[in-house]
Design a protein around this ligand. Sequence first.
Ligand code: FMN
Length: 389
Amino acid sequence: MSDVRISESGFDLDQIDRLLTTTRAVRKRLDFTRDVPDELLFECIDLAEQAPTGGNDASRRWMVVRDQEIKNELGELYRESGEFFLKARGRLDGTGHDKEKVVSSSSYLVENLAQAPVLVIVAIWGIHDNSGRPGLFDSVVPSAWSFNLALRSRGLGSAYTTMLNGRVAELAEVLGIPDSVTTIVTFPVAFTKGTDFKPAPRRPAPEITYFDQWGFTRARPSAEGTARVADGQGVVVEIDTDARPDAVWPIISDIEMPARFSSEFLGAEWTSEGEPGVGSTFVGRNEIPDVAAWEVTCHVSAWEPERCFEWRITDPDKPGAIWRFDLAEQGRGSRLRFSMIIGEENNGTAPQALKNPDREEQVLNGRRQTLKANMQATVEGVKALVDGD
Ligand SMILES: Cc1cc2nc3c(=O)[nH]c(=O)nc-3n(C[C@H](O)[C@H](O)[C@H](O)COP(=O)(O)O)c2cc1C
């Protein structure tokens, strides 16, 4: 028996998945000493042209720049546009900041774009008219990414760059591009130094995939395709604040805060001694007006100041629900994510939903609409507090 995973359509999935997961933005590992033959570029462009275009319109054009003087001019434009990367690198180098590596790598390209053996610029006939019809970007982006994948499959690499889009007039002048054409992406192309690129950390699909309603998550895939208690049905709401994580954390780590904004939470108090951390407990008081009032013990299962706070209700091993705040820098402010997953037992919803399999999805979704409204009110309340709206 071979271990090769062949898909229904006949593809070797290990190979395909390796291509799809390891095609990285390559900058410092571009080998500027080795030429890239035209033959390989034609091959990659032919592959990329298999991508769709709006209206099946064959309007993409590919410019390959090899002339060193022209590359120097483009490199200078790119350097001017990327000045902010060099400044950010000065601030971030040695700090261990999340963006330190990407800023260092992007800065390297800002300083070295013209060293690439070839620059490939993808353009399209047409100019932006904000008409809402299939846009120019939309028709270039799929093929530009196919081009990147084709490069990777042949030992070449690149970084998808758009910084020159702020300098279209100069770009057009240097390359003799007519007014009726829009340039969309610039690829510095080279063989890569080594080929051992790795998958990047990304958010897993269950956290960012919503079923039927915005924010309705599923922790595990459903065999039937419908919402089932056993698959961990959840809710996510997110909001961006102008305030930095250090200003948002004191609000979200205050266990009484949700009671100020959500109609179901009445209040909470710590029942464990000492500073809060993983293993701490608090009791939360809840009610659904005119239906039920209840108290639950909450077990803190993640506590990382300025990053996340998670608690499990009733039984930490068989939680009735898992609640969680995540906080991350976003631009100059923060993105706050408030999420929950309904447990398989130790709550009011699961038995209700499981009573009648025909209504399981309906019960889960009805409950989630209420939870979502309360969670949305909570993150909006947090935003108002920290941004002073
Ligand atoms: C629309 C778009 C624009 C980008 N523009 C630039 C750019 O101007 N300069 C640059 O160095 N990288 C640019 N990148 C590359 C991203 O910074 C890159 O995807 C990021 O570094 C993550 O790297 P990874 O895909 O290897 O994980 C761009 C990527 C996209 C999708």
